[in-house]
Design a protein. Sequence first.
Length: 440
Amino acid sequence: MPSGCYKAKVPETLVGDAKKRLEGLRRRWWHILPAVFVTYSLAYLDRTNYGFGAAAGMARTLHISNEQTAFLGSLFFLGYFLFQIPGAAYAQRKSATRLVFFALIAWGALAALTGVIRTFWLLAMDRLLLGVAESMILPAMLILLCHWFTRAERSRANAVLILGNPVTVMWMSAVTGFLIQGFGWQMTFVLEGVPSILWAFVWIMTVRDKPAQVHWLDEACQKHLNAELAREQQELPQLESFWATLRVPGVLLLCVQFFSWSVGVYGLVLWLPTMIRAGTEQGIGAVGLLNAAPFLLAILMMLAVAHFSDRSLNRRGYVGPFLVIAGLALFVSYLAAGRDFWVAYGFLIVAGGAMYAPYGPFFSIIPEMLPGNVAGQVLALVNSCGALGGFVGAWLIGWLQALTGNSRAGFMTMSISLMLAGGLIFCLRPVSGQKQPHRA
């Protein structure tokens, strides 16, 4: 008998055990990711509805200048920048779920106060503290996902988390415009802040930090998952402290890269409603619907890119090209702005989809470079630089809009930032020395 015709018979008990384990591990996707998705969605709702308040006449209501309105929008990112690393250290050493619980309550209250406060400097303090409250969310949840998903799954898990961003902007864009029409921008802030406080109690009752703390994952599944995660950690260089990571090639490069990326993303997210309203005669409700289209494309592209990145375990190749495409699309939109609104808007849709597409692969890079004892803090460092980029982007794009009276200079600034971010990622050295991961 030819050797190729013989197949060893696998005991049925082993096949049954493997099937049972696979079914058990699939539960993670339905128990952990929906809660993570909703939480990040609420965080993004309370940070980005500011752009609608600005477009609906915040400056006129509060008797402040357009430059002061831009300053208020950017203050969130300054607060977001300051406390991420301490928050990540707490999440790594103590509990990510408890940190998220208290942050949900804090940012829900602060977001609602945005619609109540009438004094400029009190509102400035509120926006700063809102950034502080939300600063701990993304690093904490990225750390949480590293406890639950392996390298071969992580891009998709990260993408579901970050999907809270474009999904929220999409439905918020459609709903917030009509809420403002019906209740005014101030009451809209209150109505959109309360759900975060209520969700905090759902979160703390349903989500746990590690597999060993849940009853719905049996012991065999827990052991298999923990063994795979431990094997991945053994393949990484061992570093004793966060400060040692600053000497690792690529860490500071990722900080600069994410800064540039965030200038483009947050400049677009925060000021897109104002840009659309300046280019069309539509009311605020229609502006909301137009604002949603780029984020619908973003959702589809994020899911597709995360899937193919996990299949190939290629991260850089699914980050850089999309950011360059986003930058080029914004450049074409810049050329068309003021001449043909619909051409400019069409390329804005392309830019919005392309700039969001790589988030899943991008946030998989650091846990594949660094061990778990420091990866969370480095994620926080990189995201802090993104927050600083958000501060610069939100302020600069708003200031250019106020200075020039149109959106063209802002489009050019975002275009350059995104193309720079896309180019920088190709300077990152590929991760070497890792074995092909097992598929959980």
